[in-house]
Design a protein around this ligand. Structure first.
Ligand code: SAM
Ligand code: SF4
Length: 465
């Protein structure tokens, strides 16, 4: 097993050399890489570097078409939905792009009590969500890390009407192995942590104070999480801090390292772009802004590079950008989100939020839109519940077997949502989407889906295969 302190896999020099070898757009090489991408076996770092050179509209279209085909082949039209739950905006760090940074006097500070966390969870469950991403700044009130463990127990304890949270993922600061073990025992799904930037110089200049200044501690967090038995880990880059080409090649090094050391890479990749945040000049003036076109390119390249890894898009992006990237590879989205602690009950408070949201629409509106765009919202949590995580998940995903389970599970969990929570307009759009999906399924999968749907229509809940 790899040492959690080893960072030799992150090789800046190699990335710079690889990028230098791929400065100009070479249509022949690009098309050869796109053809390899369509084989669904992923791409090498050199291949990724080649794709990042694409500029001409024709080749860009070919890249997008290839990404669309891979997305369709592996994920069909499913989009998994979740809600972030911000429990605290207290923080010891000084990340110059974040409203929660310690010296930001403009921010209203707040850490939710356990009863408030339960109330917020109820509000999220009452929207119809089944998945939560628990988020906190790096400073826990009173009892330290136990606050997080208590919050997880609180979320899972909430039963409201016919609903509950069935999978809780977390996005909190890096931990030592022993605390990661406790996180695993608390029943988390994915442990998420964004590296922000893999470029050490940039990392140093935007993290001015606090434990987050330790680049190595952060970049080795996934090793410790995996050593502790958390085999679904989610990585991410905060786009806008450094050159995006450098970042995605570094991310590829990170993924290769995890595969070499633990037999499985990451479960998800998040692709936040810097958004304006209260009290942060940097957030409004990104040093390396990523254009909409490059952003779509990033999603498409990642889709081809790591076809079985989920790509998560948050409500930082506008409804339009979210819709465009669904087709290119995004497989999970947040919806109906608030990024201020207490925001679900008390509504948005920009002065307590982490960043500005690009998509403010309530869940029911997002769901209807997702259906109208030809996708199927999924609230499925089956893999996590059945222990199909880490390598077990990849063993099913890579030969294409997982979709025979995902497709029926998506429909049954979506039907639960439609019956229990959807307003009439959303329900009509949803039922039509389910019919459309059923009509295109292979006979065996369709039979299974219809059996699950019948059980839900008859009042059963939480049925999956
Ligand atoms: N405090 C922990 C940390 O920093 O890892 C976890 C939670 S932090 C609230 C979650 C993520 O929000 C960060 O990793 C960062 O990428 C993102 N973030 C911070 N400021 C942002 C901004 N202005 N725009 C977009 N994303 C931002
Ligand atoms: Fe704190 Fe995380 Fe915001 Fe940095 S990004 S200030 S660590 S909440």
């Amino acid at each position: 097993m790899a040492s959690g302190n080893d960072v030799s896999w992150l090789n800046e020099e190699e990335i710079v050399l690889t990028l230098a070898r791929c400065e100009s757009e070479d249509p022949g090489r690009i098309r050869a890489v796109l053809a390899r991408g369509l084989e669904l076996r992923g791409l090498s770092r050199d291949d990724v570097a080649v794709l990042t050179t694409i500029r001409s509209p024709d080749l860009l279209q070919e890249l997008f078409d290839a990404a669309r085909r891979v997305k369709e082949e592996i994920y069909g039209r499913r989009l998994v939905l979740f809600a972030p739950l911000y429990i605290s905006n207290l923080c010891r760090n000084e990340c110059l792009y974040c409203a929660f940074r310690i010296t930001n006097k403009e921010l209203q500070r707040r850490a939710l009590r356990q009863d408030e966390i339960a109330e917020e969870t109820r509000a999220i469950v009452n929207q119809g969500h089944k998945r939560i991403l628990l988020v906190a700044g790096e400073s826990y009130p009173n009892d330290g890390f136990q606050y997080i463990l208590d919050a997880i127990a609180t979320v899972y304890s909430v039963k409201e009407g016919k609903g509950e949270i069935r999978r809780l993922n977390v996005n909190i600061a890096p931990l030592p192995v022993e605390e990661f073990r406790q996180l695993k025992q608390a029943g988390i799904g994915t442990y998420q942590l964004f590296q922000e930037t893999y470029h050490r110089g940039t990392y140093g200049s935007v993290h001015a104070r606090g434990p987050k200044t330790d680049f190595n501690w952060r970049v080795t967090a996934m090793d410790r999480a995996m050593q502790a038995g958390i085999d679904d880990v989610g990585v991410g880059i905060l786009f806008g801090l450094h050159d995006w080409r450098f970042e995605i090649l570094s991310l590829m090094q990170h993924i290769s390292h995890l595969e070499d050391a633990f037999g499985v890479g990451c479960h998800t990749i998040s692709v936040p772009r810097l958004e304006p945040a209260v009290g942060s000049d940097l957030a409004s003036n990104p040093p390396h802004p990523v254009s909409d076109e490059d952003f779509k390119k990033i999603v498409a390249v990642l889709r081809l590079a790591v076809p079985y890894t989920g790509i998560i898009m948050s409500t930082r992006e506008t409804a339009k950008m979210r819709a465009e990237t669904f087709a290119l590879g995004v497989s999970q989205i947040s919806a109906g989100s608030r990024t201020n602690p207490g925001g679900y009950l008390e509504d948005i408070d920009e002065n307590a939020s982490q960043f500005q949201l690009g998509d403010h629409r309530p869940l029911a509106e997002v769901v209807k839109d997702v259906c109208d765009l030809g996708y199927i919202p999924s609230y499925c949590t089956a893999c996590y519940r059945l222990g199909r995580t880490g390598q077990d998940f990849m063993d099913l995903a890579k030969p294409g077997l997982i979709k025979e389970k995902c497709a029926p599970n998506a429909l049954s969990t979506f039907m639960e949502y439609l019956i229990d929570y959807a307003p009439p307009e959303t329900r009509i759009a949803g039922e039509q989407a389910i019919e459309r999906e059923l009509s295109e399924m292979a006979p065996g999968t369709r039979q299974l889906a219809e059996r699950l749907l019948k059980a839900v229509r008859n009042g059963k809940r939480d049925v999956y295969c």
